[in-house]
Write a protein that binds this ligand. Structure first.
Ligand code: PEP
Length: 237
């Protein structure tokens, strides 16, 4: 059962910026310093920023009050004999607000759309907001991942646009077309983000009522100065 009442749906009156740190940085001091610098740099800006560090850094970053903290994945189970898994309930208990699901790097490891759908329902059941990544086969992916779910945040992030795979960002026109297509499957107030090679130079071009209401940022979120600049530009939208 999806406990929709427990979910704090992002009202999207402000742009939503999600930082996907992936398996970085290599030690906890660097993670703490990066989060502290970002926190200081974005204080007072009209924007919602969620840092998604590796699981092991989450507890030490949670006191960073001006930032929300999310995870990069979760199980579809809440507890039990599932070696190596982390449950949505555990993330919620720590104080996480969001969880990225179905990232293309996880899908390459064998995660299916059905699994992403189950994970999103399990996250919503405990009041975590799922940020579900959608890539190339938009209609097929939307049909499966959004089945029986209302409160999603979606991120259009084709794998070929991701910077570390040598990608290049999609055009704002493509983003607009994809957003229109996605809206055929979801309630009209569902936030749609764009992800893939976003930086401070191009972030502005993706944001708008008919484009994206926020961005998912990988590589650029690991450089505090660049990320702060990106957030400042997004906040001016
Ligand atoms: C990502 O992989 O989620 C991502 C947004 O990466 P990048 O910004 O580095 O393209």
């Amino acid at each position: 059962m999806v406990d929709e009442a427990a979910c704090r749906k992002s009202k999207m009156t402000q742009p939503l910026i999600i930082a996907n740190w992936k398996m970085n940085p290599p030690d906890s001091k660097e993670a703490f310093d990066l989060a502290s610098e970002i926190k200081k740099g974005i204080e007072g800006l009209e924007v919602e920023v969620v840092l998604c560090p590796p699981f092991v850094y989450i507890p030490q970053l949670l006191p960073a009050k001006t930032l929300l903290i999310g995870a990069q994945d979760c199980s579809w189970e809440q507890e039990g004999p599932f070696t190596g898994e982390i449950s949505p309930q555990m993330l919620k208990n720590l104080g996480c607000t969001h969880v990225i699901l179905g990232h293309s790097e996880r899908r390459q490891l064998g995660e299916t759309l059905e699994m992403v759908n189950k994970k999103a329902k399990a996250a919503l059941a405990v009041g975590l907001l799922p940020v579900v990544c959608i890539g190339e086969e938009i209609e097929k992916e939307m049909n499966i991942v959004s089945r029986d779910i209302k409160n999603l945040i979606l991120a259009y992030e084709p794998s070929w646009a991701i910077s570390t795979s040598g990608g290049r960002a999609v055009s704002p026109e493509d983003m607009g077309n994809v957003a229109a297509l996605m809206k055929r499957f979801i309630p009209s107030d569902t936030p749609i983000l764009y992800g893939g090679s976003v930086d401070s130079n191009n972030v502005k071009s993706f944001l708008g009522p008919d484009l994206a209401q926020g961005v998912l940022v990988g590589a650029a979120s690991l450089n505090a100065k660049e990320f702060i600049q990106l957030v400042k530009i997004a906040a001016m939208q």
